[in-house]
Design a protein around this ligand. Structure first.
Ligand SMILES: [Zn+2]
Length: 234
C-alpha cells in the first residue's frame, strides 16, 4: 500500500483518499481535495455565508450553477490558486498572499459578493450614501421646527448605530478600550479613527460626527424659537 507522501500522491485533505487519478482541486497551501469533498465543502460554505449575510435568497439552481462554474474553473487549471479555500480545512491561510498576477477563477468574485454590486461594499460608499440621505432629509426638514424631526430622528438613530459599532470594535480590542470608548467621548473619536481598523466603521462614524453639527444647530435654533415668545412677554 502506497504511503501518502510517495510518488507525488495527491491525497484529499478531507477523506484522505488518493485522488491523483480523479477530478480534484488544489488550494493555496498545496492541499488537494477530491471533487466530491470540494463540492460538499463549497456548498456548506455558501450556505454559511447565506446564513450570515442574509441577502435576498437567490434561486437555488443559480447558486449551484455559480459553484459548478467555480469548481470547474479551479479544477481544470492545475496551478490555479483558490481565492479563499477556508471551508475544507480551518487552518491558517495566508490571506494577503495573492498578488495582482494570480489568476482568479471566473466565478470567485460572484461567489464572494453574492450578487450585491461591488461598490456597495466599498468604504467610500459607507460615507457617501448616508451623507446623501441625511443631506436630503436636512434640506427637507430645516424649513420649520415642525419638520425638524424628519432630520433629527434619522440623524440620532444613525449616530446611535455608528456609535454602537465603534463600541463593539472597542470592546473587541479590550475591556479598557471599551470602557474608555463608552465613557470618554474624546477617546471614542480617537479610537474610531486611530485604533479601529475597519474603514466602513470609520466612514459611518465620520458621517455621524459631521451630521451632528447641523443637528445641534437645529436643536439650538428651536430652543431660541421656544424661548423668544416667553422672553418677549411683559
Ligand atoms: Zn475527498
Amino acid at each position: 500500500m502506497a504511503s501518502p507522501t510517495q510518488s507525488g500522491g495527491k491525497i484529499c485533505a478531507i477523506c484522505h483518499e488518493d485522488c491523483s487519478s480523479r477530478a480534484r482541486t488544489k488550494d493555496r497551501a498545496g492541499r488537494y481535495y477530491c471533487q466530491e469533498c470540494f463540492d460538499a465543502a463549497m456548498k456548506k460554505k455558501a450556505a454559511r455565508k447565506k446564513a450570515v449575510a442574509a441577502p435576498p435568497p437567490p434561486p437555488a439552481d443559480d447558486g449551484l450553477g455559480l459553484l459548478e462554474d467555480f469548481a470547474a474553473a479551479a479544477s481544470s487549471a492545475p496551478g490555479v490558486e483558490l481565492a479563499d479555500p477556508d471551508a475544507p480545512v480551518a487552518a491558517a491561510q495566508p490571506m494577503h498572499a495573492h498578488g495582482g498576477g494570480v489568476a482568479r477563477p471566473a466565478g470567485a468574485n460572484r461567489e464572494v459578493s453574492g450578487g450585491v454590486p461591488e461598490f456597495i461594499k466599498q468604504p467610500w460608499f459607507a460615507f457617501v450614501a448616508p451623507t446623501l440621505i441625511l443631506g436630503v432629509l436636512y434640506l427637507v426638514a430645516r424649513g420649520s421646527p415642525d419638520t425638524a424631526v424628519i432630520f433629527l430622528l434619522p440623524q440620532f438613530l444613525f449616530s446611535l448605530v455608528a456609535g454602537v459599532l465603534v463600541l463593539i470594535q472597542a470592546f473587541r480590542t479590550g475591556i479598557v478600550a471599551g470602557i474608555l470608548t463608552f465613557c470618554l467621548f474624546p477617546y471614542t473619536i480617537y479610537f474610531a479613527f486611530a485604533v479601529n481598523d475597519n474603514p466602513h466603521i470609520k466612514a459611518l462614524f465620520g458621517v455621524s460626527l459631521i451630521s451632528s453639527i447641523p443637528a445641534y444647530i437645529m436643536i439650538f435654533q428651536m430652543g431660541i424659537n421656544m424661548v423668544t415668545p416667553i422672553g418677549q412677554a411683559p
